[in-house]
Design a protein around this ligand. Structure first.
Ligand code: IMP
Length: 194
């Protein structure tokens, strides 16, 4: 008999991500819980996929049940894909990360400031088997100063043409309909429910 999974562990200590994921799952019948105790896996992967696996497997082992992990970041074309997998380690806090990115892009004209948020997700069991993996992408442009105060991370400088707003000007519900994380999570929900 195939066992249906409707509770998953989410392999994160990031409160912003957890809040977004809980918001997306609120009407799906899928519940998630966080990781109990010590959880700080080293993100040694070279890709978003590898890091999502590392986090999910670590959480699945700790909780002894399937877990899903995500790894996400901002890929900027004019910077050859940086900060990419190093998005959270690019500088010491969100404000400095934004300042550093804008400084690096100061001579790049607006039309060449294309970028995308990428989110890889993996569902892994305690034996280390990947049960499902997917990715979500959100295309946008890096503007030259911060706008909006919602969200987190690089949201204030990430402009989404289809919304005519930065990610930080969207409500959480609006962000989740277009975001990389929202799109990846929808694929996980479809997989879980089918
Ligand atoms: P990680 O996935 O926990 O390794 O962190 C990825 C980093 O990418 C975050 O710390 C943010 O700096 C950035 N990031 C990922 N998703 C978002 C988002 O939805 N908005 C803004 N920044 C994000």
């Amino acid at each position: 008999m195939v066992q249906k999974i409707n509770t998953l562990v989410f392999a994160t200590k990031n409160k912003n991500k957890l809040a977004e994921v809980i918001n997306i799952l609120k009407e799906t019948g899928v519940t998630i819980c966080g990781v109990e105790g010590e959880f700080d896996p080293e993100e040694t992967g070279a890709t978003f996929e590898e890091n999502a696996y590392i986090k999910a497997f670590e959480a699945a082992k700790i909780m002894n049940m399937p877990a899903f992990g995500d790894d996400s970041g901002l890929v900027v074309d004019a910077l050859d894909g940086r900060p990419g997998v190093y998005s959270s380690r690019y500088a010491e806090n969100d404000k400095k990360r934004i300042e550093k990115l804008l400084e690096e892009l100061k001579d790049v004209p607006q039309k060449n400031r294309t970028a995308r948020f990428i989110c890889s997700m993996a569902v892994v069991n305690p034996e280390g088997e990947t049960l499902f993996a997917c990715q979500g992408v959100c295309e946008g442009l890096i503007i030259d100063s911060s706008k909006g105060s919602n969200g987190f991370g690089y949201d204030p400088i990430f402009f989404i043409p289809e919304k005519n707003a930065t990610m930080a000007e969207l409500t959480m519900d609006e962000k989740n309909t277009v975001s990389h994380r929202g799109k990846a999570l929808k694929k996980i929900i479809e997989w879980l429910l089918n």
